[in-house]
Design a protein around this ligand. Structure first.
Ligand SMILES: *Cc1c(COP(=O)(O)O)cnc(C)c1O
Length: 489
């Protein structure tokens, strides 16, 4: 697979790169993103014989002809063995007629970030070692990326990993998942500020030539584990294909029948992977994009106007989706309208904080996507209603149930992609049942598990007893020196 740049080529960067280069050095011309030059096609009916998720993944990834050795890919996929059910790490659960949930959270940190970051981390480390290179990988997190990235990078050769999080801006469980991690090659830094401060500091470091030069002096290259890395997206298409095949195997659909995919969206990685799966030939009626009150994507998909001029991020009960600049949309624009137009639209977004598609362009977009958003109160109602019917979900997943009612015009199956286990957002889940909004996670976990007879995995309960190993909390001005001090050790 060759990757090309969404905003065109500046004559300094290579005009196309292989997968390995795109994941190690994701920065491309004019601030664009590496995207597949073309995608292979798949025939779902030919894939039906798979015996495990891993086998299916191997078969699909083989069709991409990645420039990464089969052994590295196999080692990466072996990490799914650590999921609750190694044969089927992403179970598709039937809720009622035509409503299914694909649970993407049965991995080590109980959120769907593991699906991509687990394999991504080992591949990155394997390639770095093969090339005899050492990397500093940086990430800023609002809660789910940090734990998943720490889990994948800890103790990996050739990698040092630093994770920035906003102190007080995550759930108790998310914070504990990070600060109880213990390995010599990782460092967790709490920032006094909000997620945006951590994110801005990260972008500054990634773009700083001085910082890069200092690192190079120590023989270290710089990379990032953010959600625009194509090395993450590639592992996400597989579960969309898998969920379709599961419906065929369960006799819910015949091969060739169309279904809806419903995705709780933030940076649009999950939804982009669904779009790529559709382009590869998966029979999808539409991809439903669910948002919370940060509903810029809803407006964009409904009207063709991406407008963040008068918007500020609002804090919601689905914090992983509290985003205004949804980065992976750029790859959809590129795929539909080409690099010139993408560069133009992204320039407008940077300078005027707004861009608008033409009528024809918007018509193209709305043949693929439909969208709606869900307020916190509506989300709580959905959690309550569905739990009374016997299914417990987290607040991100709940936004899909709202979007489904307005977006699914046809009476055909919908698969909702559930991105977190309720245990990661237990205070909101418990609050949805009782009306309280002052839960500590530990009390909320206890309440839900006892009242509704739900299991809590040991990796969550154990967190409250683990010693804190990562105690650094600093002002954002001191991030660079803190990172340098960590590298010296
Ligand atoms: C990251 C995340 C999302 C958003 O996924 P994108 O791929 O960025 O759109 C949704 N829900 C949860 C729980 C997440 O952690």
């Amino acid at each position: 697979m060759k990757l090309i740049e969404t905003r065109g080529n500046d004559g300094h960067h290579p005009s196309e790169v292989g997968f390995a280069d795109a994941i190690l050095s994701p920065l491309s011309s004019f601030g664009g993103l590496y995207s597949p030059a073309e995608l292979p096609s798949i025939k779902p009916e030919k894939l039906l014989g798979f015996t495990s998720y891993k086998k299916l993944a191997q078969q699909i990834l083989a069709s991409f002809h990645l420039d990464v050795s089969d052994i590295f890919i196999k080692q990466a996929l072996d990490l799914y063995d650590g999921y609750d059910d190694p044969v089927n790490p992403v179970p598709v659960v039937k809720i009622r007629d035509n409503i299914f949930v694909c649970e993407l959270y049965h991995g080590p940190t109980r959120a769907f970030k593991d699906m991509a970051l687990q394999p991504f981390g080992t591949i990155l480390s394997s390639i770095a070692r093969q090339r005899n290179e050492n990397y500093l990988v940086l990430a800023a997190t609002s809660g789910d990326t940090g734990p998943a990235a720490l889990e994948t990078f800890k103790n990996r050769p050739s990698i040092k990993f630093v994770c920035l999080y906003p102190e007080g801006g995550t759930s108790d469980v998310q914070r504990l998942q990070m600060i109880t991690e213990d390995a010599a090659n990782i460092k967790v830094i709490g920032i006094r500020g909000v997620f945006d401060d951590a994110q801005t500091a990260l972008k500054y470091l990634l773009g700083s030539t001085d910082f890069k030069a200092t690192l190079q002096g120590q023989g270290i290259l710089l990379s990032a584990a953010n959600s625009v890395n194509i090395g993450r997206i590639i592992f996400q298409m597989i579960y969309h294909v898998h969920s379709y095949l599961e419906l065929v195997r369960e006799n819910e659909i015949h091969p060739g029948d169309k279904i809806y995919l419903s995705v709780p969206s933030g940076n649009f990685g999950n939804a982009l992977a669904a779009y790529y799966a559709m382009k590869m030939g998966l029979p999808i009626e539409k991809i439903i994009i669910a948002s919370n009150n940060n509903n810029v994507l809803t407006e964009f998909i409904r009207t063709g106007k991406y407008d963040i001029k008068d918007r500020n991020v609002v804090t919601t009960t689905s914090p992983a989706m509290d985003i205004l600049k949804s980065s992976n949309i750029e790859r959809v624009l590129f795929d539909l309208y080409g690099n010139k137009r993408t560069a133009e639209l992204m320039h407008q977004l940077d300078t005027r904080h707004c861009y608008e598609l033409s009528k024809e362009e918007h018509a193209q977009l709305s043949r693929i996507f439909a969208a709606d958003y869900c307020s916190d109160e509506q989300g709580r109602q959905i959690i309550r209603q569905e739990l009374e019917n016997g299914y417990l979900m987290d607040p991100h997943t709940a936004t899909c149930f709202k979007a489904n009612t307005s977006c699914a015009k046809k009476d055909i199956p919908i698969v909702v992609f559930s991105t977190a286990e309720w245990t990661k957002f237990s205070s909101i889940t418990a609050g949805a049942m009782t009306g309280r909004d002052d839960y500590h996670d530990i009390d909320a976990l206890k309440y839900i598990s006892e009242t509704f007879n739900q299991d809590i995995p040991e990796i969550i309960t154990g967190l409250f007893k683990k010693p804190v190993k990562q105690k650094t909390i600093i002002e954002k001005e001191h991030i660079e020196s803190e990172v340098m001090a960590f590298l010296k050790n």
